[in-house]
Ligand binder design. Structure first.
Ligand SMILES: [Zn+2]
Length: 159
């Protein structure tokens, strides 16, 4: 049996008047992420963690932001494809843990919906899909509401 871990990190700039997508869910806010895709920073961090665990490089390698194919793409599609790449290598996902760092808005009311959404795409139980949210106590770019960052860690297993 082979057990591997992976880590993922992503950042996007926030700008007024854009939609904010996090963990596959649309969050009501005055700002959204500037990105080539829908800017779902949490999904991007999870994709990078999964790819990293399997030794499959990173999200930019598989889904380049220079390609028109991925312009404005729903990041849930990228996550589904990433999970497909992991499965092709004979791995199944054991669990995912993640953190979103942003000052506003409060994400508490969205967490369960994100977990349900992400768990169904990844093909794991909801208790194996953790999403946490934190502010950075007004410090740094997240604290100044200039951007949002996300971290993810995963465990994948090949029998
Ligand atoms: Zn991203």
């Amino acid at each position: 049996m082979k057990i591997k871990t992976g880590i993922g990190f992503d950042v996007h700039r926030l700008e007024e008047g854009l939609e904010l997508w996090l963990g596959g869910i649309k969050v009501e806010h005055v700002k959204g992420c500037v990105a080539h895709s829908d800017g779902d920073v949490l999904i991007h961090a999870i994709c990078d963690a999964l790819l990293g665990a399997a030794g499959l490089r990173d999200i930019g390698y598989h889904f380049p932001d220079t390609s028109d194919t991925f312009k404005g793409i729903d990041s849930k599609i990228l996550l589904g494809r990433t999970v497909g790449l992991i499965r092709e290598q004979g791995f199944t996902v054991s669990n995912v843990d993640s953190i979103v760092c942003m000052q506003k808005p409060k994400l508490k009311g969205y967490i369960e919906e994100m977990r349900v959404c992400l768990a169904s795409i990844i093909g794991i139980d909801i208790e194996d899909m953790s999403v946490k949210a934190t502010t950075t106590e007004q410090l740094g770019f997240e604290g100044r509401e200039e951007g949002v960052s996300a971290y993810a860690t995963v465990l994948i297993i090949k029998e």
